[in-house]
Design a protein around this ligand. Sequence first.
Ligand SMILES: [Ca+2]
Ligand SMILES: [Ca+2]
Length: 399
Amino acid sequence: MRNIRALLFVALLAVAVPCTAVAADTYFPTAGTYGTLAYEDKWPGKGDYDMNDMVVEYNIHLVNDPVTSMDIVTRVEARGASYHIGFAISLPAGVTVGSATLLSTSTACASGVSISPEPGVTPVSFKLFDDAFALLPSPNGCHFVNTDDPTSNPLCVGTSKEFTLHVVFSGTLPTSAALLSVGPTVGINPFIFKDVNAGKRTEIHLANYPPTSAMDHSLFGTFDDATTTSGGVGTGNWFKTANGLPWALDISSSFVWPKETKPVNTAYLHFVAWATSAGTSFADWYSNVAGGYRDTNVLRTTAVTDEVCSCLSGYALINGVCVAAAFSPLDLAPMAWYDGKDIGTIIKDGSSYVSQWNDKSGYNHNLAQTTGTYQPLFSATDGIFFDGTDYMDATSTSC
Ligand SMILES: [Ca+2]
Ligand SMILES: [Ca+2]
């Protein structure tokens, strides 16, 4: 009964004394929702500028802050390209990777495969796949997948393909703010690439996002590209036309992309005003909040059927990732958690009398007893044993 009293005391104390909150996980856009990346593959020319040559939905889950690990779930929704395009994600300079796993619908999700950063590429970069053409092959002789509306072109549809990049960080951990930064030093940097030749390739990034060291720089400043590479990472005017139009979009919600060959600026009537104002005008250009925002005649308005990872027995799908389905008390977000079998949380003397029992919730509601006659006894088989007189409280060491 005494130990129960101690637990109640802790709960009351937690209300009366503000504690430093445990670093929460961060999701982008939010837990369970997806943003959208859309690319035009004709860089350095604008091509047809239909911005559907690859469309990828994504959700980012950053664990703890500083971040100990992350999961980036990506769904390749559409391939409106005849190029054989790959997709990769680079991380900010200075981030150290301990290990990484790639889970996908084609590799049994739950088991995943170990993945290494691209050799010799800086900053750290992970290639999720080489060829969208092989990933979303042409159905029924179609050139493209999921770019025209299925009502008008019912044969050229397919389910999306899902990949999850799981990265465990080591060394000095990155902050969530650094990983999600959009500038001037950018965080997570997703890009497509093509024309791989002798270790170099053409990368196409979001506007103002720098390429990796594998980028072939020879095409910068040609055709419609007005990239200025002087000034280094964070200061370059990367992957934009002279008036600020990008070759890639990052939208923090779902996105209705243009039909095949239909320029994004004819589908979204405020797109040019948004892009040429560096995002200050019509920040909601992709929405449908009012008349005059979009021309639905040139938009693919039907949602794609998503192919999601199905987990093997013994695994559970949590935030898009198949993980071993072991229960942890932390799943319940407790205010306190005392584990009588975790010797790492128990301070005892040479006779196994316990002077301190630490809280594993992260709130540091640690219990203590300095008076020897009231100290409970630890044993490896019973955990912590209270004899009816013993008790612990939180007066000395709680937060
Ligand atoms: Ca195109
Ligand atoms: Ca296209």
